[in-house]
Design a protein around this ligand. Structure first.
Ligand SMILES: Cc1ncc(C[n+]2csc(CCOP(=O)(O)OP(=O)(O)O)c2C)c(N)n1
Length: 544
């Protein structure tokens, strides 16, 4: 006989969990070791919040489930922000949590209520005989329903005997939803009537990029991505890149020119559609999604199509085949795209000088300097548009954007999870100084794991988003402005190569680091010019 903790650990690994991120205490010691014994890699984080986001980013980057392991009570509450982000993003993450069920214990908290409050599912191993079954359900549910699952392991149950896990069973994958003929005809008719269709793909289309691109080809549609799907159409000749706040002016203009917008696995929410301003008056707006509740949840639609994105796109392409259609793929648009509409082609007046670098110049120069085969993770804040706009990526697995909860401080852990999932490639963590200092303990994790990672801190020694939000009204800003901190010295203290960047020439240190083969992780403390809010933040204010 094995203990419940051993059976649960083994079962999770047998059903596909090969990475577990966490902080180990007495309550999750045995289950974590059981996972390691069964072949999973354990990654120690320095804070449970980091662990949850590392697992989230790992799962997003690999399209495989990941696990978090936490101590009872306070271990779980520390992880809650990251768990919320994962739940909102529907990332298949299993949180293995020790639990006390006796309210007089210091560690007691209603763990199931915590999970459900943030949109995660909660399971518990109550019966030692059912330990393997519940653990298997946790992984299967996470994967097949795209949910974040809390697996509670009460302390008094963990040590009891449990029958060994049965051999792994196949995933009970639900059949993809076939769109109805009526819906498909309606979509095809809308495409036939349209002169300038644009297809916008979101998170729900991340596995269906080629199918959506084929449908767009048949429809004569231009392609765009929501921020969480950035890179999905990278290199496609008719791609506009990201739609929404981070869209380049040229891309935004072409999206605004559309007479049909189809969201593919994409909510077309206020961020992706810039509060609706990217939708021309009178344009037809359609949405394809395999979840009925998602249709029209963020925007009035002309019509919705309930169906699996890949299947619907393939069927639409078949429907339209043989009907040569130029649509939006006309000569003048081709010329504009050939001339370049990306951010690198947009002129601006450099605001740098006096010991501060313009964040656009920093981002643009880094884009040129860093290897193209990179992974980019971006934290939240005023600065976030700059790396999101200027740092190109080659595919959607190379951009990790944990912003469904709009929490600052998740960016570094996001980069760590993505980097663990992307060996052999450089990962860039783009952070504000606020988010960097909120998560600085995980710099040790970067060093300990020997990750191929570059941390770029857009350092305005302030919560810039708040400064720009309230400053123009003359509000006192003492609560959101801080003394200048030498973040490069902090980086060196952890073992990073580090440089303070105040002007483009200071990036020579990064060039030297690249030439030396990136011998250890590097940190850039970029003292950025912050006189004005970023363009995207000005547009985002109405959403707060
Ligand atoms: C956990 C959390 N706390 C507070 C906020 C509110 N908030 C949004 S942006 C921001 C400032 C972020 O500062 P920084 O990371 O330095 O980036 P900057 O805005 O200066 O570019 C704050 C405090 C938040 N989104 N998340």
């Amino acid at each position: 006989m094995s203990s419940v903790a051993e059976v649960v650990g083994r079962t999770l690994v047998a059903h596909g969990i090969d990475h577990v991120f966490g902080v180990v205490g007495s309550g999750n010691f045995h289950v974590t070791n059981a996972m390691v014994d069964a072949g999973a890699r354990f990654v120690a984080a320095r804070h449970e919040g980091g662990a949850a986001t590392m697992a989230d980013a790992f799962a997003r980057t690999t399209d495989r489930p990941a696990a978090v392991t936490v101590h009872q009570g306070c271990g779980l509450t520390n992880a809650m922000t990251g768990i919320t982000e994962a739940a909102k993003s529907r990332t298949p993450v299993v949180i293995v949590a020790a639990e006390v069920t006796e309210p007089r214990s210091n560690f007691f908290v209603d763990q199931s209520a915590l999970a459900t409050a943030v949109g995660a599912l909660s399971l518990r191993v109550d019966d030692p005989a059912a330990a393997a079954e519940v653990a298997r359900d946790a992984v299967h549910t996470a994967m097949t329903t795209r949910r974040t699952v809390l697996l509670n392991l009460p302390l008094q149950v963990q040590g009891q005997d449990s029958p060994p896990a049965a051999s792994p069973t196949d995933l009970d994958v639900p059949e993809p939803i076939t769109p109805s003929d009526t819906d498909l005809d309606r979509l095809a008719e809308a495409v036939r009537r349209a002169e300038r269709p644009v297809f916008v793909a979101g998170r729900g289309a991340r596995g269906a990029g080629p199918a959506v691109a084929r449908a767009a080809e048949a429809a004569g549609a231009l392609l765009a991505e929501s921020a969480v799907a950035k890179g999905l159409f990278a290199g496609h000749p008719w791609s506009l890149g990201v739609s929404g706040g981070f869209a380049s002016p040229g891309a935004a203009e072409l999206i605004r020119g559309a007479d049909l917008i189809v969201g593919w696995g994409c909510a077309l929410n206020m961020w992706t559609m810039r509060h609706g301003t990217l939708i021309a008056p009178g344009a037809t707006v359609a949405q394809v999604d395999d979840t009925a509740d998602a249709l029209g949840a963020h925007r009035d639609l002309t019509f919705g199509v309930l169906g699996d994105v890949e299947q619907t796109a393939n069927r639409l392409a078949t429907h339209l085949s043989g009907e040569a259609r130029t649509g939006y793929r006309a000569h003048d648009v081709r010329r504009r795209l050939d001339a370049g509409i990306g951010w690198a082609t947009v002129d601006y007046e450099d605001r740098g000088g006096h010991g501060l670098i313009d964040p656009r110049t920093l981002s643009r120069d880094l884009d040129a300097l860093l290897p193209g085969d990179r992974v980019v993770a971006v934290d939240s804040g005023n600065f976030m548009g700059y790396p999101a706009a200027y740092l190109d990526v080659r595919d959607h697995h190379s951009f990790c954007f944990t912003q469904a909860f709009q929490s600052i401080g998740l960016g570094l852990a996001t980069a760590i999870g993505a980097a663990v999932a992307s060996p052999g490639r450089l990962t860039v963590a783009a952070l504000g100084d606020g988010g960097a200092l909120m998560s600085a303990m995980e710099l040790e994790t970067v060093i300990r794991l020997g990750l191929d990672l570059l941390v770029v801190v857009y350092d305005d020694h302030a919560y810039g988003a708040e400064v720009h939000h309230f400053g123009p009204d003359g509000a006192p800003l003492g609560t959101v402005v801080f003394p200048d901190t030498d973040i490069a010295a902090i980086g060196r203290g952890f073992g990073f190569d580090a440089v303070t960047v105040r002007a483009p020439a200071d990036l020579d240190a990064v060039r030297a680091w690249l030439d030396a083969g990136r011998p250890r992780p590097m940190l850039i403390d970029a003292k950025v010019a912050d006189q004005e809010p970023s363009w995207w933040l000005e547009e985002a204010f109405p959403g707060h």
